[in-house]
Design a protein around this ligand. Structure first.
Ligand code: PSU
Ligand code: MN
Length: 311
């Protein structure tokens, strides 16, 4: 059967050469950031990688075709078109109907894994929603990372979620979680959530070692690298807490459900914070893209070293 994916020439050349590649998601651009900043952000994330010698692979479904690596026109499309938010389960339907979709962390990690892209940068992961014991609302990001062999750099999960519950589910799913130079799991806009994790790593090379060990085990799970914003860049905690409560109450009052919850909360919070949350959100993503580039570089050095040893 022909491959249903299109891997761009830049990404496939980089993969064949063993050079570093980082996957980027498209839901954060289509549904997580307001226009026109979203297009600038998508371009800037690619630029950060390119200037570090890393090939960006922004992932989306365009007219029914999953694309690993977009050209400038593709990047503009995910920013400017009203595309559906696509999780893993939407992929076959988008393909059959030949429609476009912006991929979530779940769908991006799945496609990146299929294409052989091993490192992925996002802002914050989806997770267990507050009240999930009643609504069953748990992001497919978690179950997808249990099967996609991709290392995801994220500033933890948003404080709108049940952070402790999310960490419990990741334990059940056997997804390794390491803090980058911390054991205090970040809560997206804030440097620390107060939830402790067991392990921290100190360098991109150490993360590459964990990836190699995971490969040796043949376990197949992804790895989460929790990368906190430096405290001086975080959102002021008092303002954050107040806006968060307001956003959750508003979502409840309006009866927002299902896949609309995360985009609603993010855009409400941008408005209620007078744009402050947006600036912090962009810093988070830049910080994660930078670290992902370093991890991909360390991974490619490790892979070429071990190939040299085998030769
Ligand atoms: N984090 C962000 N911005 C986002 C998202 C997460 O900073 O836009 C998106 C991601 O694409 C993530 C999705 O996969 O929200 C989770 O949605 P849900 O809770 O419906 O699974
Ligand atoms: Mn959900």
């Amino acid at each position: 059967m022909p491959s249903p994916f299109v891997i761009s020439a830049a990404v496939s050349d980089a993969l064949n050469a063993g050079s570093p590649v980082v996957a980027l998601e498209s839901t954060i651009i289509s549904h997580g950031l307001p226009r026109p900043r979203n297009l600038e952000a998508a371009q800037e994330f690619e630029e950060i990688l390119l200037s570090a010698g890393v090939t960006p692979a922004t992932i989306a479904v365009l007219d029914g075709v999953p694309q690993i690596g977009l050209d400038a026109d593709g990047v503009a499309r995910i920013a400017n078109e009203d595309m559906v938010k696509a999780s893993v389960r939407d992929l076959p339907i988008l393909m059959a109907k030949k429609v476009s979709g912006a991929t979530t962390v779940a769908a991006t990690a799945y496609l990146a894994g299929k294409a052989g892209v091993r490192v992925f940068a996002t802002g914050g992961l989806g997770g267990v929603h507050r009240g999930a014991n009643v609504t069953f609302d748990e992001s497919a990001d978690l179950s997808s990372l249990a099967i996609a062999g991709v290392t995801v750099v994220a500033a933890g999960v948003k404080s709108v979620l049940d952070i402790a519950g999310t960490l419990e589910r990741l334990e059940t799913l056997s997804v390794p979680v390491v803090g980058y130079r911390t054991t205090n799991f970040p809560s997206f806009w804030l440097t620390e959530s107060g939830e402790q994790i067991d392990w921290s790593v100190d360098s991109p090379a150490e993360i590459a070692d964990v990836m190699a060990s995971q490969d040796q085990l043949g376990h197949g799970q992804g790895i989460i690298v929790a990368n906190p914003l430096p405290p001086e860049l975080q959102w002021e905690p008092d303002e954050h807490d107040a806006v968060l409560l307001e956003a959750l109450a508003e979502a409840d009052a309006r009866g927002i459900r299902g896949k609309a919850v995360t985009p609603f909360l993010l855009s409400y919070i941008v408005g209620a914070s007078g744009g402050r949350s947006l600036e912090v959100n962009l810093d988070i993503a830049r910080n994660n893209v930078r670290l992902a580039g370093q991890i991909a570089t360390a991974w490619s050095a490790l892979a070429s070293n071990s190939a040299a040893h085998r030769a």
